[in-house]
Design a protein around this ligand. Structure first.
Ligand SMILES: Cc1ncc(COP(=O)(O)O)c(C=O)c1O
Length: 410
């Protein structure tokens, strides 16, 4: 049995054990490694430890992943080609187009591999906002297949969802994880910038608790990439936490202004999703023109902080102006300014009125996107909204607030 030691993690020990057997030809080229579950059970390890060890072997070029079949020893030669630090050899070898592949290193400044996705979120089962834990019975049957499928299932999230922003430590997250089988695979999924309230996840705290209980982590950075971090890598980059997440999801829409998105994670994880995620397999790859647009936008926002600085200044200015006229909004540290209406019908009506009479489109957010009674207009200023634009928006809001006799901030 492998034993925890200060010098070498269990992952490293397991990877080293396989690597030695492969180099000594005890495991011949073409032979199959035990499945993740078999190996985990044999060595009494968590499946995520085994996946991480297999990932190291993949990165060393000692093994290969064959879709639907498992991991096989490569025809190993004494000097295997090492993967480029910013590329994705496993994905490229397996057929991901080279042109979008140019994006892969860009979209994932820190993680080893990224997999570009199109718009494959099935609209009926988008993740609910907040944070969820996927318990063992969701995951045990087929390990990551289940995790990846269930991550888009709102039913799974509701099964064991947590109040967002609860202080951690003796929190719900710790409680929920501690109630699960310690050896079973688990996934903690959360947004870095919570799209509805605009508050920012305590990513290190979540990772601390997840690591303590051997859970994988999935961070949705859709509202963070391009907008946070010194090169726009998102809140995970800003907080120096990118290396701690199992999967980071980002979008090429929103900040980057194109369409599609990506996940970033280990080689094995991306290879796994590429091989098994039906939404990825059965959808068209990004057209080259779109990929080129995304590449240009990412390159620009990696080098330029001008737009990020302006965005946050614009959001702060908008908050100040709303405060000055008593229009209530949620306080947070992000660029998302939720203006609170607290009534679904009025919320929709004032959104219509703002468009029809003032030429301002602001999205009304009602149940089930937010809990009943917390209906809101969600405003996200952009770096190019001018002071005149803000004057117009605030005057328009003042008008509808007066006409509907809406609640004012104290
Ligand atoms: C929190 C969150 N995650 C994921 C997505 C999906 O991203 P995309 O539009 O790139 O498919 C969205 C889109 O609005 C989102 O708000």
């Amino acid at each position: 049995m492998l034993m925890r030691s200060a010098a070498q993690s269990l992952t490293e020990q397991l990877a080293e054990r396989f690597a030695a057997r492969i180099r000594d030809r005890l495991l011949a080229p073409g032979s199959r490694l035990p499945s993740v579950r078999q190996c985990a059970s044999l060595h009494q390890l968590s499946p995520s430890t085994v996946v991480a060890a297999y990932d190291q072997l993949l990165a060393q070029g000692l093994i290969e992943a064959r879709p639907q079949r498992g991991f096989f020893v490569r025809d190993w030669t004494p000097k295997p080609a090492l993967p480029a630090a910013d590329g994705s050899p496993s994905a490229i070898e397996a057929g991901v187009s080279r042109r979008p592949a140019g994006l892969e290193g860009l979209a994932a400044p820190i993680k080893a591999t990224a997999l570009i996705r199109g718009m494959f979120h099935p609209t009926g089962s988008k993740p609910q906002p907040g944070m969820g834990v996927f318990p063992p019975d969701w995951l045990a049957t087929n390990f990551m297949t289940a995790a990846v499928r269930k991550v888009t299932s709102s039913a799974a999230l509701q099964e064991s969802s947590l109040k967002y922003g609860e202080p951690l430590g003796d929190s719900d997250l710790r409680r929920v994880l501690s109630e699960l089988d310690p050896r079973a695979p688990k996934l903690v999924a959360f947004e870095s910038v919570y799209s509805m309230d605009g508050d920012i996840a305590p990513i290190h705290d979540i990772c601390d608790v997840a690591e303590e209980f051997g859970a994988m982590t999935y961070c949705d950075e859709v509202h963070g990439v391009g907008l946070y971090g010194p090169t726009g890598g998102g809140v995970t980059e800003r907080d120096g936490a990118s290396h701690r997440l199992t999967v980071i999801e980002g979008t090429l829409a929103k900040a980057f202004g194109v369409i599609g998105g990506y996940i970033a994670g280990t080689h094995a994880m991306c290879d796994f999703v590429r091989s098994f995620a039906s939404g990825f397999i059965f959808s068209t790859a990004l057209p080259p023109a779109v990929a080129a647009g995304a590449r240009a936008a990412i390159q620009h926002l990696r080098a330029s902080n001008v737009e990020r600085t302006l965005l946050h200044e614009r959001a702060a200015t908008l908050r100040r102006r709303l405060d000055a006229v008593g229009v209530p909004h949620l306080q947070n540290d992000s660029h998302i300014v939720p203006v609170m209406v607290y009534d679904p019908v009025i919320c929709k009506n004032i959104s219509d009125l703002l468009l029809d009479e003032h030429g301002v489109y602001v999205q009304p957010i009602n149940y089930p996107t937010v809990p009943r009674g917390t209906e809101r207009l969600r405003i996200t200023p952009s770096p190019v909204h001018s002071d005149a634009d803000m004057d117009h928006l605030v005057a328009s809001l003042e008008d509808v607030w007066a006409r509907f006799s809406l609640r004012r901030a104290a």
